[in-house]
Design a protein around this ligand. Structure first.
Ligand code: FES
Ligand code: FES
Length: 156
């Protein structure tokens, strides 16, 4: 039986009917039209579906939409609403992506890291993005971008 839930997605409130087994990932992409969380493994392994749920990273393929009822969801579309963040600019400057499939999840994982730890070490950056798989570039340019952004994010 469908249930009506409320989500605040990138600052906009949605009331939406969902099935009990609809995932947050499906709901964001197919019902709300937010496409940056990507459909990868759909079992919690790759991190491509990462979103911020009430400010904390979550794998949206593992969260039922009904479990997210009343919560705030942020995706990269929301991060960039007022222009690219220093972190996003650093990823551009370091050419940190190739196909970009992993990019939304990596950016959100790194955003959470820099909010909690504005000056991380290289090892802390690697640990923070360890749940986000990139099939293309390797991780060095990604780590460089996060370290490059660290000081700039702190001054925002
Ligand atoms: S699609 Fe969710 S972790 Fe891979
Ligand atoms: S840039 Fe292609 S998966 Fe990371």
């Amino acid at each position: 039986m469908k249930r009506t839930i409320t989500l605040v997605v990138n600052g906009e409130e949605w009331r939406i009917d969902v099935e009990p087994n609809d995932t947050l990932l499906e709901t964001l992409r197919d019902r709300i039209g937010v496409k940056s969380p990507k459909v990868g493994c759909e079992r919690g392994d790759c991190g491509s579906c990462t979103v911020l749920l009430n400010g904390r990273t979550a794998r949206s393929c593992l969260v039922l939409a009904v479990e997210a009822d009343g919560m705030e969801v942020t995706t990269v579309e929301g991060l960039g609403r007022d222009g690219l963040t220093p972190l996003q600019n650093a990823f551009l400057e370091e050419n940190s992506f190739q196909c970009g499939f992993c990019a939304p999840g990596v950016i959100l994982a790194a955003t959470e890291l820099l909010r909690e730890n504005p000056n991380p070490t290289e090892d802390e950056v690697k640990e923070a993005i360890s749940g986000n798989l990139c099939r293309c570039t390797g991780y060095e340019p990604i780590v460089r971008a996060v370290l490059r952004a660290a000081g700039a994010e702190e001054k925002r």
